[in-house]
Design a protein around this ligand. Structure first.
Ligand code: DGL
Length: 273
């Protein structure tokens, strides 16, 4: 039986989902949050759909084992590869997933040209094709997978020359095509918004979907009567299948609250207890 004081479970291949956690903290400060970063397998982007489904299933079991009342798949790649599968496999669990924010971009663009940055798995998934089909009529989309960018962000290199070069490779050709909107279709990328804004200039709008995903999670909790009404600030617990020290070193650059990181021993997509 789920209870209002149970935590919200959030996961990503790595630190990217912290951009969603940040929005959850802003909108629902009294909620406890359990966050799982699958640094043992990051990046997900170049992996097969089946592998990402297995990882996502194992992580969902872990978060449910910690009594999560709702699961936020704070990863576009895992949402593209596994959200449908997770909803079928855990039919009594509420999931909130990510999809590239093509709809608001298509509504707002003046030039009719929009850049989309996301991983290869996200672009290949049926979810992206369906979003494009439903919302992008009459809009020209320019897609780029930004190879290496997820790893740079995992290392906390938010404004190094290499990170800038990856973004310039993606964005400068799009600017030549006259885009006026950039959709961030990977939850890692909001951490380099300052750098993206330096490259694209102030006339290009950058869309981070994290606030609307947090709003959706809030709506679902309200509808289920599962909002934590405590006046105390909720806690955050961060777990990783990778190296705790590396994650702890990068956290201060990504979150403005301090928290420790716990290691989860992971083998064959499951926790070893
Ligand atoms: N943060 C991820 C996303 O939203 C995953 C990136 C990756 O692991 O390749 O797509």
């Amino acid at each position: 039986m789920k209870k209002p004081n149970n935590p919200i479970g959030v996961f990503d291949s790595g630190v990217g989902g912290l951009s969603v956690l940040r929005a959850i903290r802003e909108q629902m400060p009294s909620e406890d949050v359990f966050y799982f970063g699958d640094q043992g397998h990051v990046p997900y982007g170049p992996r097969s759909m089946e592998q990402i489904q297995n990882f996502s299933e194992g992580i969902t079991r872990f978060l449910l084992g910690h009594n999560s009342k709702i699961i936020v798949v704070a990863c576009n790649t895992a949402s593209a590869a596994a959200l449908k599968y997770l909803r079928e496999t855990f039919s009594d669990v509420q999931f909130v997933g990510m999809e590239p924010a093509i709809k608001p971009a298509a509504e707002k663009t003046q030039t009719g040209k929009v850049g989309v940055l996301a991983t290869p798995a996200t672009f290949q998934g049926a979810l992206y094709a369906s979003v494009v089909e439903r919302f992008a009529a009459g809009v020209e989309l320019f897609q780029h997978t930004c190879p290496g960018l997820v790893n740079q962000i995992e290392l906390g290199e938010l404004d190094s020359p290499k990170t800038r070069a990856i973004l310039e490779d993606a964005l400068l050709p799009m600017l030549e095509k006259n885009i006026d909107t950039v959709v961030l279709g990977c939850t890692h990328y909001p951490f380099v918004i300052p750098l993206i804004e330096q490259i694209v200039g102030e006339n290009v709008r950058v869309i981070d979907p994290a606030p609307s995903v947090a709003r959706q999670a809030k709506r679902l909790l309200e509808a289920e009567g599962l909002v934590n009404s405590s006046s105390a600030k909720g806690s955050i617990q961060i777990f990783t299948s990778g190296d705790v020290k590396i994650v702890e070193a990068v956290l201060p650059k990504l979150l403005n609250e301090s928290t420790s990181v716990k290691s989860v021993k992971w083998k064959n997509d499951r926790e070893i207890r």
